[in-house]
Design a protein around this ligand. Structure first.
Ligand SMILES: *Cc1c(COP(=O)(O)O)cnc(C)c1O
Length: 371
């Protein structure tokens, strides 16, 4: 079975091997060396002033960013499950919120952000997904960040980059917190979250520490010395160091370029067999198709052709399917998935099979230069 869900993503064989050592003790020079190596690489790929690793899934890092950086009122963008989650986190901590709500295919508008900031001058943080995985949507997060900082230079910009870090280059110049998770573009098992921080965010965190486990001030203090406040997720950090080595060997720019090309080629292939791309501004992390019979298509692909695609949630349940485009996916895996989509359409008597999808994919991926 090929795992092609936009998280968790498959862990490459050599990375599984890199994690298959005896358990290391976390307070040892041996582990600190691995931690230091992973940390150095993380700082490079995030490009941020600081970076923190946390033993939690991505949601833990979202919570940590909100509770450590928002003291008054949070403006959050909700165009899907993950955006909605920022609001739920704030509510759980009695943080006041202002919500910008959109249909799941619609990117946030800069004008709406401006208006919200004008109407609520006490907003001290904004939370937004860069790539909202619920509908495979790319928000103009960098532009939101830039606009907000022009209005209030002290506002904290919290970005969920869980399906963006490692997928494309992010302009971090106005971003204060950049969140990532192990089981998406980093191709690791779930359980490790990472937050890149700006200098300003570090100052805020250190000036007014918050929380206990997710107290970023206490983590920052010790992680600079290559250790963690509590037991480190040693196995995952070993895996992280190994995968980042592979990514740097390939070249980060190359990874971004291949990812983009694969996304363009899959999009063309799906459109060539009459399918509709769901989001108005698609993220590169996945390709998302809207189809009234999406679940039937997905079931056939899984049962007959051994590829596991993701469906939709809430009002999009049964209406979309999502194909992962993060990580070091082999083109033959995507090609097979697209071919399977076409075969499923044939089985459902929606469109007769003629091999168009895999032909268009191969043409675009292997035979044309990047545009
Ligand atoms: C997967 C994901 C998360 C985090 O989910 P966890 O299950 O806590 O790892 C958050 N935001 C986005 C955009 C995601 O894709």
């Amino acid at each position: 079975m090929i795992l092609l869900t936009p998280g968790p993503t498959p862990v490459p064989e050599n990375i599984r091997q890199a994690m298959a050592t005896q358990t290391l003790h976390h307070r040892t020079p041996e582990f600190e060396k691995i931690f230091a190596s992973a940390r150095e690489k993380l700082l490079k790929i995030f490009g941020t002033h600081e970076v923190i690793m946390l033993g939690s899934t991505g949601t833990g890092a979202m919570e940590a960013a909100v509770t450590n950086l928002c003291k008054k009122k949070l403006l959050f963008v909700n165009a899907g499950k993950f955006g909605e989650r920022f609001g739920k986190i704030a509510k759980a901590f009695n943080i006041e919120t202002v919500e910008l709500k959109y249909e799941w295919d619609t990117p946030a508008s800069i004008d709406d952000v401006k208006t919200a900031l004008k109407n609520h001058p006490d907003i001290d943080a904004i939370a937004v997904q860069i790539s909202e995985s619920a509908g495979g949507l790319r928000h103009p997060a960098e532009e939101i960040a830039k606009t907000a900082k022009e209005i209030n230079p002290n506002i904290q910009i919290i970005t969920d980059g869980i399906t963006t870090v490692g997928v494309e280059k992010i302009d971090i110049s106005n971003i204060d917190a950049l969140i990532a998770g192990s089981q998406k573009a980093f191709m690791l098992p779930p359980g490790l979250a990472m937050i890149g921080l700006s200098k300003q965010a570090v100052e805020i965190i250190e000036k007014n520490p918050r929380g206990y486990y997710f107290n970023l001030a206490s983590e920052l203090k010790v992680q600079k010395k290559n250790t963690t406040a509590y037991t480190a997720v040693t196995t995952l950090i070993q895996g992280l160091d190994a995968i980042l080595s592979d990514i740097f060997q390939l070249g980060v720019e190359n990874l971004y370029e291949i990812t983009k090309k694969r996304h363009q080629a899959s999009t063309k292939a799906l459109e060539s067999i009459g399918l509709n791309i769901y989001p108005k501004n698609p993220a590169l992390s996945m390709t998302t198709d809207y189809h009234e019979r999406a679940d039937e298509i997905r079931k056939i692909i899984k049962n007959d052709f051994e590829a596991n695609l993701a469906g939709g949630q809430d009002h999009l349940s049964g209406k979309i399917f999502r194909i992962n485009n993060m990580g070091l996916i082999k083109p033959y895996e995507i090609s097979w998935a697209l071919n399977s989509v076409e075969l499923a359409l044939d089985k459902l008597k929606i469109r007769e099979f003629d091999g168009t999808a895999s032909r268009v994919f191969s043409q675009a991926f292997f035979k044309s230069s990047n545009d």
